[in-house]
Design a protein around this ligand. Structure first.
Ligand SMILES: Nc1ncnc2c1ncn2[C@@H]1O[C@H](COP(=O)(O)OP(=O)(O)O)[C@@H](O)[C@H]1O
Ligand SMILES: [Mg+2]
Length: 236
């Protein structure tokens, strides 16, 4: 469904993504992990069309390299950000409506917006301004706005960051429902190995932009090269 071929991104002297090739199949939950600065978020920025790069990215066999971000979104690739981005002066329903209005190929559909608000468990708070929300609700809102674009692929950037155990559980349940009930393919960048091994079917580990290994998440997380580069002393 999504295929990266020899993708490289340099910022001046720094190679943030180094000759990466991998494939995500339809319906999969695909994980990406690696130390801070490994190039994970940059990879999302390349897939969503924010920067030019070397190599190519194919979505359903169509080369999307060089397409503008709004065109890539309309084709069905949506993403969230590491730090929740909301419109503080808009209500939840308006914010999710913005995603639907600007991102969906089918145009604005209020009933679809209602369905998404419900799906992310924000119906009771739909009239609240997003600036007043706690971190978990902001995350739910950001995921809801991304879902409102009717994506085929949803890319989540460290969705669990800063969350407590209960919030992690809610987010994991939501991600499973997005994948299983809505049939949306998911790419997830995450640090929590437990989350990755429970949610993902395939896991890619990168360090300084380069692939360390890719495969079954349980095997990958017990690979000595991964323990060395990524888990380090915290593996216990
Ligand atoms: N727009 C940019 N300009 C220059 N350097 C950048 C830019 N974006 C990211 N980088 C650098 O690229 C590397 C990878 O960053 P990033 O993709 O954010 O890592 P990760 O998400 O894995 O923590 C880092 O060294 C970062 O400083
Ligand atoms: Mg990042």
């Amino acid at each position: 469904m999504l295929k990266l071929r020899n993708v490289t991104k340099k910022f001046g002297e720094l190679t943030a993504v180094n000759n990466l090739s991998f494939e995500v199949s339809q319906g999969q939950v695909f994980g990406i992990a690696g130390p801070n600065g490994a190039g994970k978020s940059t990879l999302y920025n390349l897939i969503s069309g924010l920067y030019s790069f070397e190599g190519s990215i194919l979505f359903n066999n169509k080369d999307i390299s060089g397409l503008q971000p709004h065109k890539i979104a309309k084709l069905g690739i949506s993403r969230t950000f590491q730090i929740p981005q909301t419109f503080p002066s808009l209500t939840i329903e308006k914010s999710i409506g913005v995603g639907n209005y600007f991102g969906s190929r089918d145009g604005f559909e209020p009933s679809y917006v209602d369905r998404i608000i419900d799906f992310v468990n924000l119906t009771d708070k739909r009239k609240k301004l997003t600036g007043q929300l706690n971190l978990l609700d902001k995350k739910m809102l950001m995921i809801g706005a991304a879902l409102a674009t009717k994506p085929a692929i949803l890319m989540l950037d460290e969705p669990m960051a800063g969350s407590n155990a209960k919030e992690i559980k809610s987010l994991m349940e939501l991600i499973k429902r997005i994948n299983q009930d809505m049939g949306i393919t998911i790419i997830i960048i995450e640090h929590f190995m437990k989350v990755l091994t429970e949610l993902t079917e395939r896991l890619l580990i990168i360090e300084t932009g380069t692939e360390i290994c890719c495969g079954d998440p349980v095997e990958v997380t017990s690979d000595p090269r991964v323990i060395e580069c990524y888990l380090g002393d915290s593996h216990d």
